[in-house]
Ligand binder design. Sequence first.
Ligand code: ATP
Length: 333
Amino acid sequence: MSHALTLIPGDGIGPEVTTAVVRILDAVGVAIDWDRQDAGVIAFRKSGQTLPGELLDSIRRTRVALKGPCATPIGEGFTSVNVGLRKALDLFANLRPVSNLPGVPSRFTNVDLVIVRENTEDLYAGLEHVIVPGVVESLKIITEVASTRIAEFAFRHATREGRRSVTAIHKANIMKLSDGLFLDSVRAVSRKYPQIPYDEKIVDAACMHLVMRPEQFDVLVLPNLYGDIVSDLCAGLVGGLGVVPGANLGTDVAVFEAVHGSAPDIADQNVANPTALLLSAVMMLRHLGEVDAAVRVKAALDRVLSAGEVRTRDLGGSASTTEFTLALCRALD
Ligand code: ATP
């Protein structure tokens, strides 16, 4: 049976890393019928919209998308494509597993944690206005419904995947009402899961503990903004943005995308590392029930990285995106 899926190449390094991943998925033999859709700057040039209705219709139809990063033009009137997509499809949970990969140099060897980021509100609500020239107000929206929903997701994920603990990250000592509500909501959910050890950390202290002893963390549940920042910090613990995958999940729609952005500084040079998007695709294969293919792709990736002969520049090598992709295709059993 062929899977009908949406493919969003995106901007910057997006087309290069999506091409690489599509090639590897093809080589592993999973039958996929891709519906290619533009988003971001490329879409804006063609249709005047960064998030065309056709794209949303496609994902609503296929329910599963693989997405490259999308740049948002800077300036008034442009809302982030990524934020817009998450809101339009109510992709409320952003799941980002962060763990060491064999052969990938990093400061730590024992990182295995999962970021569960609330994806729909917080300062990402985009509600900003000028009160008087020189004074701007930006609204941080936190609701009990969204906080409870992401907490339920985190505890369900921890239970299903046999994780060790859940830690809520917050700044409720300062933002007593907003982060206070987030924390109260997570606490209420934690009481329904007495078998899962639960604790809380203030975000600044959490950052320090993460860069000193990351092995003490397991599932982290965070409001949107802290989730964004802590995700990049955690990527730095295991080799950088080139290797950390993610999934945006709603009730019945899933969009798989890497943590990294469009990296315009290295776009169109055939040097981007497709590993983060490839690992996102491995998550997607599992979501589709293609477990055997997921295992084979991950094993091929581990083999290529462990051998260390073909590595992209961000991991200290000199291989191009294409050379790395071909090495992966050859390493598939
Ligand atoms: P955003 O605001 O969307 O997060 P950004 O410009 O802050 O975007 P990224 O685009 O995620 O950040 O990338 C930051 C830097 O990390 C890039 O400039 C690039 O050098 C490096 N980088 C990111 N992704 C990759 C990748 N897949 N391969 C190699 N290097 C990468």
